[in-house]
Design a protein. Sequence first.
Length: 150
Amino acid sequence: MRRQRARKKRPGTVAPPATARVNVTPMIDVVMVLIVFFLLVGHLANERRGAVDLPIATQGEDEDSTRRPVVILVEAGGRVRIDGVDVPDDSVVQRIASRVAASQSTGRPGGVHVRADASTAFADVRPILDACRSVGITEVRLAVHPEWAQ
């Protein structure tokens, strides 16, 4: 039997590169978690703001993003939602009062934003404005689709 000799490296030669493998499974997991997170946040934000067709306005101001207003949504059929929660017609005043009191107790009062569908009659919006006035709310803003920003 012949004895095998160990190979000696010749001077001036380079060793072959080691094959490196990158495991992308953790990266895919993180990306999937981020996708799910943003889908949930988007859904919750849309629920709070409500998907209504806002009326178009030629003038207005941009919303201050540091404030946390009470969002009152009036849908086309007259259904009222306060911060994403359905409110029966007979308890609108009480719900507005409790929600505004809660926002003022946190030290970040932001007033009230009324988001009414463009096809909603003013007769459906007026009780909301009257309720805000009866509770003592001094700042009510009406949300519109900004034509000036386009």
